[in-house]
Design a binder for this molecule. Structure first.
Ligand code: ADP
Length: 665
């Protein structure tokens, strides 16, 4: 009942915001997890790119530096030429010497203002005049002369050469006088081969492009570039535009072999899996909680609706729980009971010692499972109660105390008392009823012997009257049998009174072993008396081998008399030739019974009569008492047999009763 007031809090999961926050956090976490490797990849590629730029710059500087050195050598040589103290042989030697400063210079020529080649480092291949140079080179030579500045020509494929090259024109003036031009021819392919360090060529494809981005020379020692990391850098050469293009052979950092990406994927999957598992777990928990809560409310409702008081005690006898019904029985609120140790407020002083004793037993672990006692209400009123005690066991199977259910049995006690009084009254009225029954039975049963006595005495009186009238002496031979019969009937009446009296007092009948034939013999005269009056033929069919029956002779004779009289009366209206009354007996060995049937061919029994046949005082006859069949059935059942009736196939009715065969008991 305490648990009924503090209801469990509603689960938090019903609030969507509570769900939203963890979901958003998890999604954010996943996003960061995915972003991180992507970012790492980006950083890696930009690092590579930057590295490539730096390397390209470095290469460009190297080329530029080497070309600068050549320019410097040419300037020195031009100075010497302008000074004019170089013999042709010396000039040739200096030109050849220039070649040795680098393989990229293929040829150096000294061209006079008239266009003729005065000296060359390579007389075998050099043209004899400036006109043998390519168009770009010639234009550059002209340009250099006019500008008085050394310049490079646009790269071009010289006739007879396999790869494009360019010329460096250095005009030599002595004061205002133009002396000629020094022309150095560079092979661009050799520039790449010689000036680009091998380690750089190992990682990159290096290309020289002209101003139209046409490839002039290319070095790809480690294969073609992937076009992912590229950098273009113009070579700073006066008079021409040559661009250095580097293209790394490295492709983008690959995603999957990347350990980070792999672990992120694995981690994310693991996280998702554990989230799903957690989700499932929580759902199961919630379902279980829901079921539990339902159980709780169900249990609480049940406890509150119980009329049986419930009280739980721990092993020390302290009350740990009471339900409303218990509080109602003892009349104390729960807070005055819970936590209390004996003696309890509801213990009545007069039975205190009994409580104490029983409580000591409880502490010793011997509990009386069921007992009756008295509680005292807060008002002082006493309540009789019935208590059932059972051990209280926790979910580990350990006993934690005792649970008692207490029934307020005041109502039951009241009803018991009422019942007792009722019983007494019933017994009194039953006795009165028995007296009535006795009276009616006697009246019914005595009818026959009294009628017989009256007809015998009338007969005797007639005989006496006849003697008086005729003056003849009295004939004792006629008178005696009538008087004897009357005497016998008077005795029979006495017997009837005794046996009916015994029967009504429900004493054990005087059962003897008798033959059915002898029962019939005992009343045959009476039956025949009636039968003759109604012109009914009598036919007995009793097998000689029939076993004896255990019966009270007088009672069974009365039964037979009643049944035969009913049969005879039922045939009063049928044609005389059909008026046959049969008494038939048979033995049912299996049931150890003898069956006696009284068979008439009378008017039979309609259904509505059959229903009430055995009811006392039911009769269809004007002067009938309606007690006969009721008495017969009681008498037969008293012997342990049954009385039934059925229609006679030949017309009329068969009444059949059974009696236990002697020796069966
Ligand atoms: P009573 O003979 O005084 O009427 P019973 O209890 O002996 O009382 O019989 C009750 C009724 O059962 C009779 O009134 C009669 O209608 C019916 N009854 C009894 N025996 C027979 C029978 N053999 N054939 C037809 N009706 C019968």
């Amino acid at each position: 009942m305490t648990s009924a007031t503090d209801r469990p809090p509603r689960p938090h999961f019903t609030n969507p915001v509570r769900w939203l926050l963890p979901v958003v956090l998890v999604l954010f976490f996943l996003a960061v997890l995915i972003w991180l490797p992507w970012q790492a990849r980006q950083m890696e590629s930009s690092e590579r790119q930057e590295q490539l730029i730096a390397d390209t710059l470095w290469v460009e500087q190297t080329i530029r530096f080497q070309l600068g050195r050549h320019e410097e050598a040419m300037r020195t040589l031009s100075g010497e030429i302008a000074a004019g103290h170089l013999s042709p042989k010396q000039l040739h030697a200096r030109l050849v010497q220039l070649l040795q400063t680098g393989h990229e210079i293929r040829r150096v020529m000294w061209v006079l203002p008239d266009g003729s080649v005065a000296a060359t480092s390579d007389p075998a291949t050099a043209p004899s005049a400036q006109s043998g140079l390519g168009p770009h080179s010639r234009a550059a030579a002209e340009h250099a002369r006019l500008a008085r500045k050394p310049i490079y020509s646009q790269p071009e494929l010289l006739p007879g050469a396999s790869k494009p090259g360019l010329d460096y024109h250095y005009p030599v003036y002595s004061g205002e006088r133009y002396l000629g031009t020094l022309v150095a021819h560079y092979s661009l392919a050799t520039v790449l081969d010689e000036l680009v360090p091998w380690w750089f060529a190992q990682d990159n494809q290096i290309t020289l492009l002209d101003r139209d981005d046409k490839v002039l020379a290319r070095r790809s020692a480690a294969g073609a570039g992937h076009g992912v990391y590229t950098h273009k850098r113009a070579l700073d050469l006066p008079g021409t535009s040559v661009t250095l293009l580097t293209d790394s052979v490295k492709s983008e950092p690959r995603l999957l072999p990347n350990l980070l990406v792999g672990s992120v994927i694995v981690l994310s999957l693991a996280l998702l899996w554990s989230l799903l598992a957690l989700w499932g777990h929580i759902s199961r928990r919630l379902a279980a909680e829901g079921a539990l809560r339902q159980q709780m409310t169900f249990r609480t409702a049940m406890e509150n609706s119980l009329v049986t008081g419930l009280r739980a005690r721990d092993l020390e006898g302290r009350v740990t729980y009471v339900n409303p019904a218990f509080c109602q029985i003892v009349g104390y609120p729960p807070e005055e009971l819970i936590g209390k140790l004996p003696p309890m407020p509801y213990w009545a002083p007069e039975v205190m010692s009994e409580y104490q004793h029983r409580f000591a037993e409880v502490l010793a672990g011997n509990v009386t499972p069921q007992f009756e006692t008295i509680f005292q209400r807060a008002t002082g009123e006493r309540v009789p109660v019935l208590i059932f005690e059972a051990p209280l066991v926790d979910n580990n199977g350990k006993q934690t105390g005792w649970m008692g259910s207490i029934l307020d049995i005041s109502d039951r006690k009241r009803i018991e008392e009422l019942n007792r009084q009722q019983e007494q009254k019933l017994q009194t009225s039953a006795r009165l009823a028995t007296m009535g029954e006795l009276a009616s039975m006697l009246a019914h049963e005595l009818n026959q012997p009294l009628a017989a006595i009256s007809s015998y005495t009338t007969g005797a009186l007639n005989v006496m009257q006849r003697a008086e009238d005729t003056g003849q002496p009295l004939d004792g031979g006629l008178l005696r049998p009538a008087l004897q019969q009357a005497g016998a009937q008077a005795q029979r009446a006495g017997q009837i009174i005794r046996s009916v009296h015994q029967f009504v007092k429900k004493r054990a009948p005087e059962r003897r072993e008798v033959a059915v034939q002898s029962l019939l013999d005992g009343i045959e005269a009476l039956i025949e008396l009636q039968a003759r009056q109604s012109y009914v033929a009598l036919q007995a069919d009793i097998p000689a081998a029939l076993p004896l029956v255990l019966a009270d002779r007088v009672m069974i004779e009365q039964v037979l008399l009643n049944l035969t009289r009913n049969g005879i009366e039922a045939m009063a209206q049928v044609p005389p030739e059909r008026r046959l009354l049969r008494v038939r007996a048979s033995h049912d060995a299996a049931a150890a019974q003898v069956m006696v049937e009284v068979i008439d061919q009378g008017h039979g029994i309609p259904d509505d009569v059959a229903e009430r046949l055995f009811a006392p005082f039911f009769s269809t006859k004007a002067e009938g008492m309606g007690m006969g069949l009721s008495i017969c059935r009681t008498a037969i059942e008293f012997h342990g047999g049954t009385l039934v009736h059925k229609a006679n196939p030949a017309g009329g009715t068969i009444f059949a009763f059974t009696l236990p065969a002697a020796g069966a008991h």
